[in-house]
Write a protein that binds this ligand. Structure first.
Ligand code: TXA
Ligand code: MG
Length: 324
């Protein structure tokens, strides 16, 4: 872990090689994916994985997603199923994480799974993420690159603002196109939605041919089985209020659709645009230090994940009120 400001690398041959070398040396490298920036470490190096938890201030019971460049590479670590095959063929590479039973004889650090018998796997699509994973040649553990409980980063600057003095480097490849984290599906038993995210539920259910058991909904986010689905998350410093038709005095107003507001998720009411801008605008409004009111956002498609993130940002958070 470094204490001086970390260098910014760019996704050219030299930057990718340097980022992969840092990972090989057990250092932390923040890198872009199409969803959010990840805080990457060699998943087989226990000290490197421990450094992720330390940098984020993350509760140690919260397991990490392992990132791999291809379906074949991912299959080595888990007991593969027909449903996994269906979803991987349809959506990998992409904003989907699958949780499957861990295969025996793997060489992952046990800190990655936080002692669970399942593993969360993802094959990201963004070309610079693919290039880094190929160059490194092994599994990369990566949570979102933000201090635990805070807003997820969708630009390299967000990463530097939150974790700049705790990482070896950030690989800057511009803003993330999806903007919310991957959708997590549990396949250790009945297929279940563990976290709404960048891949809409409707698309998943169409590919599976059956409805997913829902353990996470925007309306009720208490019975969640992904250990990381702590109720308060993605929290700005100031309080946030959802489904506001108008701002109250002193509030800044985050709009959706044509309306008067301080910032707008999407003037045209496009949920993809809204997801891509969500964390960027929360970071921006948070910097103003005032309470945030957010206009209603529909709950279909990517709106499901957007409402989930807003509900967590709005949730009571006694320990999270102060910036860390
Ligand atoms: O889009 C994303 O998924 C980003 C990028 C960097 O890939 N990563 C991300 O990681 O959002 P993180 O650590 O912020 O969220 C991962 C979630 C956590 O809520 C964790 O509890 C859950 O995945 N998770 C990890 N392993 C799990 C497992 N074996 N079973 C259930 N949930 C698991
Ligand atoms: Mg996160």
């Amino acid at each position: 872990m470094t204490t001086s400001p970390s260098p910014t690398l760019y996704p050219d041959a030299e930057g990718i090689a340097q980022a992969a070398a840092f990972l090989r040396a057990g250092q932390l490298v923040a890198f872009p994916t199409e969803t959010v920036y990840g805080l990457g470490a060699d998943a087989c190096n226990g000290e490197a994985v421990a450094a992720i938890y330390a940098a984020k201030g993350r509760p140690s019971f919260n397991p990490l997603i392992v990132h791999l460049p291809s379906v074949q590479a991912a299959q080595r670590y888990v007991i593969w199923t027909d449903d996994a095959d269906r979803l991987a063929q349809a959506f990998w590479p992409g904003p989907l994480t699958l949780v499957l039973p861990l295969r025996e004889g793997h060489d992952l650090s046990s800190l990655v799974t936080a002692g669970l018998s399942t593993l969360a796997l993802r094959v990201p699509e963004k070309a610079s993420a693919q290039a880094l994973l190929e160059a490194f040649g092994g599994p990369v553990a990566a949570p979102s690159a933000n201090p635990s409980g805070k807003i997820s980063p969708t630009t390299a600057q967000h990463v530097l603002d939150g974790l700049g003095n705790k990482i070896a480097a950030v690989l800057d490849d511009g803003p993330c196109s999806v903007g919310v984290e991957s959708t997590i599906v549990g396949l250790d038993g009945t297929p279940a939605l563990l976290r709404a995210g960048g891949l809409p539920l409707e698309a998943l259910e169409a590919a599976l041919g059956t409805p997913l058991e829902r353990t996470s909904t925007p309306e009720s986010h208490t019975g969640i089985t992904a250990p990381g689905q702590l109720q308060s998350h993605y929290a700005p410093k100031a309080p946030l209020r959802m489904n506001a038709d108008n701002p109250r005095s002193g509030e800044v107003f985050l709009g959706f659709g044509p309306m008067a507001c301080d910032e707008n998720l999407s003037e045209s009411g496009d949920l993809h645009e809204a997801a891509a801008r969500l964390f960027e605008l929360l970071h921006k409004l948070d910097a103003r230090g005032q309470p945030i009111a957010v206009a209603p956002v529909p709950t279909h498609g990517l709106g499901f994940a957007i409402n989930d993130r807003l509900a967590r940002a709005a949730a009571p958070r006694p320990e999270n009120r102060q910036p860390t």
